[in-house]
Design a protein around this ligand. Structure first.
Ligand SMILES: Cc1cc2nc3c(=O)[nH]c(=O)nc-3n(C[C@H](O)[C@H](O)[C@H](O)COP(=O)(O)OP(=O)(O)OC[C@H]3O[C@@H](n4cnc5c(N)ncnc54)[C@H](O)[C@@H]3O)c2cc1C
Length: 306
């Protein structure tokens, strides 16, 4: 086992029980572990670590797991035991060490978890990466950015699957609009562990499309365990002379990026309505997108947009 297991006898336990919101776990006192918080914290460094940790934690009597990327959950979803479950043995799978940003200009990055899947990408961002580090890496490696949030230490894992809104969002949409595919770990059929899946906006299976849609704003749930978020760069929206671009030093002005707008744009399962293949917020005035997504009757994410 390559993960580090933090138990209550470890001096770091009380600190690692907590995230950004120090209201949690309930009864939090500085320097003390709370009985309402996690019994165990698994510090994972790889997808295999996550699967091993989950299997071990779920094998415990009354074992339950939550996942933590950046630790910025406002609520107590990660840190708190379920109410009225005094016997629960809560384990946090902390995946903040999975923080790589990988770029391949030729767009040949495949799924690590499901290598036989045909989908290929130019960027892979791991869910533990904090958005400040992601911005820096994207800018230095590829002269690109994302319309993600403004709090530098938010983690991609909770941020992207919750939508993600930031300084550039009036113009370029939510960060989840730029998501192309996700390597994820889902509960296995026995409920005793996790198994890998890769889902893409180009998936052909309905359950994969549904899983992908759930990553595009449905929120970070502790029953889902993504370890990587695979994004294609903001090529088409990286328009030259973009309003805030050079001022922030982050928006790409790479003219080559615009060449990929027709087919290379990452999008949700629901395509934007006004300009197929374009995310919508593309004019140079800085106006918000008029219609974010096309309405698809019966689709879980539709009916709210427009
Ligand atoms: C100070 C502060 C500033 C913020 N600023 C912004 C902002 O500018 N724009 C904005 O849109 N939002 C902002 N947020 C909200 C933030 O995007 C969400 O709270 C987000 O869920 C945090 O993600 P995290 O990974 O850091 O948190 P975590 O506490 O690690 O996780 C949050 C939730 O996501 C789940 N989760 C975490 N990682 C994964 C994963 N890999 N796979 C599946 N589920 C996962 C957790 O189980 C939990 O339910 C801010 C929050 C804070 C505390």
């Amino acid at each position: 086992m390559a993960f580090d297991l933090i138990t209550v006898s470890d001096r770091r336990h009380s600190s690692l029980q907590k995230g950004f919101n120090l209201r949690w776990p309930l009864g939090n006192l500085q320097g003390q572990s709370s009985p309402n918080g996690a019994n165990l914290i698994y510090l994972c460094r790889s997808p295999q670590d996550i699967m091993d940790a989950a299997a071990q934690a779920l094998a415990l009597p009354h074992g339950r797991i939550t996942v933590r990327s950046g630790g910025h959950c406002y609520e107590g979803f990660v840190a708190n035991k379920m109410p009225d479950s005094p016997d629960e043995v809560l384990s946090i799978l902390d995946i903040s060490a999975l923080d790589r940003v990988v770029y391949d200009a030729s767009g040949q990055i495949g799924s690590e978890l499901s290598p036989t899947q045909p989908f290929r990408y130019r960027f892979r961002l791991e869910a533990g990466s904090q958005i400040w580090d992601s911005y820096s890496a994207l800018y230095k490696q590829a002269n690109k950015t994302l319309p993600a949030g403004s709090c530098y230490s938010v983690g991609l894992g909770g941020h992207i699957c919750g939508g993600g809104y930031g300084l550039l969002s009036r113009k370029y949409g939510l960060v989840c609009d730029w998501l192309s595919g996700v390597d994820m770990l889902v509960p296995d059929s026995h409920g005793k562990g996790l198994e890998p899946r890769h889902v893409s906006r180009d998936s052909t299976q309905q359950d994969e499309l549904d899983l992908f849609a759930a990553c595009c704003g449905a929120g970070g749930w502790s029953i889902r365990h993504y370890h990587q978020l695979l994004l294609q760069g903001p090529a088409a929206s990286a328009q030259r002379g973009a309003v805030a671009g050079d001022g922030m030093g982050l928006v790409s002005t790479d003219p080559g990026g615009t060449k990929q707008s027709a087919g290379g744009l990452p999008a949700m399962v629901c395509q934007p309505s006004e300009q197929p293949g374009h995310l919508g917020p593309g004019d140079q005035t800085g106006n918000a997108p008029r219609a974010h997504r096309q309405y698809h009757p019966g689709h879980p994410l539709c009916g709210q947009g427009g």
